[in-house]
Design a binder for this molecule. Structure first.
Ligand code: GLA
Length: 714
């Protein structure tokens, strides 16, 4: 009877292959967590444990007796033999944990958002775990984290405490992004997950990224494309060492992500709650493009500060002057900055330090007083001068760091993170201050306050130019040393939170020796991040493409520089597809380049609402080599902007935009056309969205390092 139903027959076939036995729903309790098109199905086994049907599994239920593999948040030491989500030592030395299902609560936080809390407990100990999920229905986003608490007579030692341990069916492809300084996100790798454990991680403490990135994409049932495939993007909200382990035991694949257990045992006192970082999951059944558009919507609403506010056009002096400037040199940049159309001036590194002036990266870090010789009357007159020219003013800072050659280090050598009996290991000639020490917290917040309170300052770039290699704290007790990695990040968030609250109208850029910090753990306190010190537009095209899987353009700082010595029109066009800025000495630009920059700024102002708040469609992958193309569509679909970046010489082939309203009629205009190049064939012509998406637009570029920015308006 049962076998006559083809769907059930398929399920039984699948179950036989994967060792899952079907059961009638009456024998088990099942419930689900749902967004618009994503579901996590849970089942409580007859043994009282919580199980999960692998995502992508066609089966309807599991037989709990046979399926320890499918436990939802598996614990080490009592029967589970694969990579656990939770591993700890109880107060009495027992190294096993065994969690049973207690109950579930669901709370509507808005029409679109639901908070679900699933409670588990260990029957042998007063030890509880709550699995938390915040689902955003329309965007198919799930925020997942875990809360751990106990009332044992002494601390429990947490050894491994994942934020998530989602189970997937087999046949999954993983896309991840290895990098290095100035090569962040430049090398996407897509590989099939095969039996064994694949680990992406970092062990660098004060930032998540430098080599491995805490963002990845899982494609279910084979590789996905921009428009096809079931994809699940993952992003860990944590600015310290992380681990994402993909454990394939041929029965399913478990994606375990969270704080890196490496050197990070954590003593949890009775009645205290350990809250893991949030893991973000973003789902689409329609490929990578749809996934990113949902991710960007979530990010603008919840992931970054003021995600719906227009960003200014910024001019930075770092590439123009480096450390070599004084009041007059900087002030001389304001008139050309205004003339060309920029709106905000950012003063970079080198403005502080007196006993040890910050004239290079060897000295002065930590001494946050303006240098008397360079800025005799401090920062305020410079900010006032910028404001007088109609420019907002911003300042660079690196509050967590110190040069040994500084007054701060002379006074407080015990304030740095270091290992006893080891020589200090410097990176960029600097050390990390121990933020777990309350005096350091106070010192850093006071430094930040003194900088951001300067009248006329409305923007700041918060840098962090090294990572942790000697994780020892002279402040923490010997038994708490392994807690430094975690306590540092929490102390950092406390500092960022205080800063954001004390200066609600000051825009903040997150930077870390380039793109070391780009995680949503920090980004909630910031408006944008610096993707890389590599501003060569030829590198930026693929780099920004890769970042765009996870981050909206408005969060991605993209500055025009001379790096790579590319044509100015190409450099400007690439930067216009991000959060546009410039890092050039305008006084030294040729008249032609100056006109190109002015044209780009004016064009950007016309379309920044589309790139910042519209939907992104990635059209042609620059990793394929010849050119990259993408377009943004305004939320009401009345306008769009298409970018074509020619990386190598090619044919003048059409570019086909996506996401337009097929019925609407759009007029084509190239913005800021390159001087001397023939106008586009369809310049000024009007077509329906359907025609444009079907027939495409012939761009004005075909040669290497040419670019074309096309506005479509109805
Ligand atoms: C880091 C940043 C640069 C610049 C320098 C200043 O390297 O990534 O943009 O601010 O610090 O020292």
């Amino acid at each position: 009877m049962l076998r006559k139903n083809p769907f059930v027959a398929v399920c039984i076939g699948f179950a036989a292959i994967f060792g899952i036995a079907l059961q009638s729903p009456a024998e088990t309790q099942q419930f689900a967590l749902k967004t618009k098109s994503f579901t996590i199905n849970f089942q409580i086994g007859s043994d009282g444990r919580l199980y999960q049907l692998p995502i992508g599994s066609p089966s309807a239920s599991l037989n709990a007796k046979q399926i320890r593999n499918y436990e939802f948040y598996p614990q080490a030491g009592d029967g589970y033999i694969w990579e656990p989500a939770l591993q700890l030592v109880h107060a009495d030395g027992n190294t096993s944990t065994s969690l049973l299902y207690d109950g579930i609560t669901r709370t509507n936080e808005s029409d679109d958002i639901e908070l679900t809390r699933i409670r588990l407990h260990d029957p042998a100990y007063p030890f509880n775990v709550t699995l938390c999920f915040r689902t955003h229905r329309d965007e198919d986003v799930v925020e997942q984290w875990t809360e751990i608490q106990h009332q044992e007579p002494a601390p429990v030692v947490l050894k491994r405490m994942a934020s998530t341990s989602l189970l997937l069916n087999t046949n999954v492809y993983l896309t991840h992004f290895f990098g290095d300084w100035a090569k962040e996100m430049l090398s996407p790798i897509t590989e099939e997950i095969t039996p064994g454990t694949k680990i992406l991680d970092s062990k660098i403490g004060v930032r998540a990224d430098q080599f491995n990135n805490p963002n990845f994409i899982l494609s279910l049932n084979g590789k996905s494309t921009e428009t096809n495939g079931e994809v699940l993007a993952g992003s860990l909200e944590w600015s310290g060492s992380f681990q994402c382990a993909f454990d394939d035991n041929a029965r399913g694949i478990r994606a375990l992500c969270g704080i890196n257990p490496f050197m990070s045992s954590y003593r949890l006192k009775p009645n205290e709650t350990f809250i893991t970082p949030v893991m973000l999951w973003v789902w689409s059944s329609n490929g990578l493009g749809d996934m990113s558009r949902k991710f960007h919507r979530w990010a603008r609403d919840f992931g970054i500060r003021d995600g719906h506010k227009t960003r200014t056009v910024l001019l930075n002096n770092w590439e123009a002057t480096g450390f070599n400037f004084d009041f007059n040199r900087i002030a001389s940049l304001f008139a050309p900055a205004k003339e060309i159309g920029t709106e905000l001036f950012l003063l970079d590194d080198g403005w502080f330090g007196n006993k040890y002036p910050r004239t290079n990266d060897h000295a002065g870090l930590g001494d946050w007083q303006p240098n008397h010789q360079r800025l005799p009357d401090g920062l305020a007159p410079l900010a006032a001068e910028a404001n007088k020219h109609g420019l907002q003013f911003g300042i660079w800072m690196e509050p967590e760091m110190v040069n040994p050659k500084s007054e701060l280090f002379e006074q407080h050598p015990d304030w740095v993170i270091r290992q006893p009996k080891r020589d200090l290991e410097l990176q960029r000639n600097q050390l990390v201050l121990d933020l777990t020490r309350p005096e350091v917290q106070d010192f850093e917040f006071n430094a930040i306050k003194s900088i951001l309170s300067v009248p006329g300052v409305s923007y700041s770039k918060w840098d962090c130019n090294r990572y942790l290699t000697q994780p020892g704290s002279p402040y923490l007790a010997p038994e708490a040393q392994s807690e430094l990695w975690i306590d540092y990040v929490h102390a950092l968030y406390a500092l960022m939170d205080k800063t954001a609250k004390a200066f609600p109208n000051t825009e903040l850029m997150l930077c870390s020796g380039g793109g070391g910090r780009c995680d949503y753990g920090s980004l909630k306190y910031f408006h944008e991040f610096w993707p890389s010190d590599n501003t060569d537009p030829v590198s930026r095209v693929p780099m920004q493409w890769d970042y765009s899987y996870f981050y909206p353009a408005t969060a991605m700082a993209a500055h025009v520089t001379h790096m790579g010595h590319r044509p100015m029109h190409f450099a400007c066009s690439v930067a216009m597809s991000g959060r546009f800025g410039m890092d050039l000495d305008l006084t030294k630009l040729s008249a032609e380049d100056k006109a190109i920059c002015a044209g780009a700024i004016s064009a950007y102002k016309k379309i920044r609402d589309i790139t910042s708040f519209g939907d992104l469609y990635r059209l042609e992958d620059p990793h394929q080599g010849i050119r990259g193309a993408l377009n943004f569509v305004s939320p009401d679909t009345s306008r769009a902007v298409v970018f074509v970046f020619q990386l190598k010489d090619g044919e003048r082939t059409v570019v086909r935009p996506q996401g337009l309203d097929p019925e609407k009629r759009y007029t084509i205009n190239e913005l800021n056309p390159a001087p001397g190049r023939a106008a586009m064939e369809q310049e000024g012509q009007t077509f329906t969205g359907e025609e444009l998406m079907r027939n495409g637009i012939s761009p004005s570029c075909a040669k290497a390092l040419e670019a074309c920015v096309i506005e479509l308006h109805s």
